[in-house]
Design a protein. Structure first.
Ligand SMILES: [Zn+2]
Ligand SMILES: [Zn+2]
Length: 339
């Protein structure tokens, strides 16, 4: 029996699931952000301003969908001051319903961009409003409140956040890990979380993965330091409607990329079959130290590969790397999904 995880028959929509406008610390207005992403071949944009839950549905078009959400954070200092030497937690909250603008665990020290008194007065607030606390139990309580209020919660830029892995392993209720982040990678040069993702999958954390720009657009788009159009997510859905895209995200029908595209991932008769855009190598990580890979002959490229299924491996995931070193990363597919 054939199990298809990424099908050539299903449309793929290019998404930036992490961006900041001038409603928080970004430079461009929400409309300018929507315009540049639409003009650059994207179908989906989530404007995730810091502690600023906001629907931008008025900017959606037939061929371009705005997702509602925001980025929440928890720091070690109760006054929320930035400390480059201390870890912090950043979470993207994606509203399952387009008009959901609920604020989770409102706190004055954090919600500094919400300055409009009318907006504040009308804010729907969920979760404890005691001072935020950098502890595993508080973060789990925060995620639980967000889930209860109708949000999918992702864990953002793990390298930049500098949290101990053991803490990340103990978080519950996350739906996806941000694999690549253009903005933080521009500053630290090492924002890729493949190893962390394997460790989470080995601990049976059923997390998906995605990537985003986290763009603030302080530099022009033509500047090499521009933080737009580097990392993205391809979402596979039947149509570009809010419910279909959220359902696809919720069920892991998406993959992360900084360049290559994955056209097919299927399992049949003990073989994993992959089809992709031209690649220099295709890796099938199975949570072991001997993950097989197939490399193109020098000067040539690959557009498909087959790997044998490992009957012992708890999962597999696929990484496609092109000649420039750009990667597409699938989510982990657990054995119970294909056997
Ligand atoms: Zn962040
Ligand atoms: Zn951000």
């Amino acid at each position: 029996m054939k199990t298809t995880f990424i099908s050539q028959d299903q449309p793929q929509y290019r998404a930036n699931l992490h961006s900041h406008s001038n409603l928080s610390d970004g430079k461009l207005s929400p409309k300018e952000l929507a315009d540049i992403y639409r003009q650059n071949g994207y179908s989906i944009l989530a404007i995730t301003d810091h502690e600023y839950p906001k629907s931008h549905s008025e900017l959606s078009r037939e061929d371009f969908l705005l997702l509602t959400g925001y980025e929440a954070y928890i720091r070690t200092h109760t006054d929320a001051r930035f400390d480059a030497y201390a870890p912090e937690v950043h979470l993207n909250l994606f509203a399952k319903e387009q008009d959901n603008e609920t604020m989770i665990c409102f706190n004055e020290a954090y919600c500094k961009y919400l300055t409009d008194p009318v907006q504040r007065k009308n804010l729907r607030r969920v979760g404890s409003e005691r001072p935020r606390e950098y502890s595993t139990s508080y973060v789990n309580e925060f995620i639980e409140s967000a889930n209860r209020a109708g949000y999918l919660v992702s864990y953002n830029h793990p390298v930049w956040s500098m949290e101990d892995e053991e803490r990340i392993f103990s978080y519950e209720g996350l739906f996806s890990l941000e694999m690549d982040n253009t903005g933080t990678n521009r500053s630290n040069g090492m924002e890729y979380s493949g190893h962390l993702y394997d460790k989470l999958l080995l601990r049976r954390k059923h997390l998906f993965c995605h990537s985003g720009d986290d763009n603030h657009n302080k530099n022009p788009l033509t500047c090499p330091r521009s933080d737009s159009f580097g990392s993205f997510t391809m979402i596979l859905a039947n149509s570009l409607t809010y419910p279909d895209i959220i359902r696809a995200m919720e069920t892991g029908s998406m993959y992360a990329s900084t360049g290559p595209l994955i056209h097919e991932i299927s399992v049949c008769d003990g073989r994993i079959h992959i089809e992709c855009s031209p690649a220099a190598q295709i890796i099938c990580s199975k949570g072991t130290r001997v993950s097989p890979r197939i490399r193109a002959i020098k000067g040539d490229s690959l557009t498909c590969a087959d790997f044998s299924l490992d009957p012992i491996a708890p999962y597999f995931r696929v990484v496609v790397v092109d000649e420039q070193g750009h990667r597409a990363t699938s989510r982990g597919y657990f054995r119970e999904e294909y056997s």
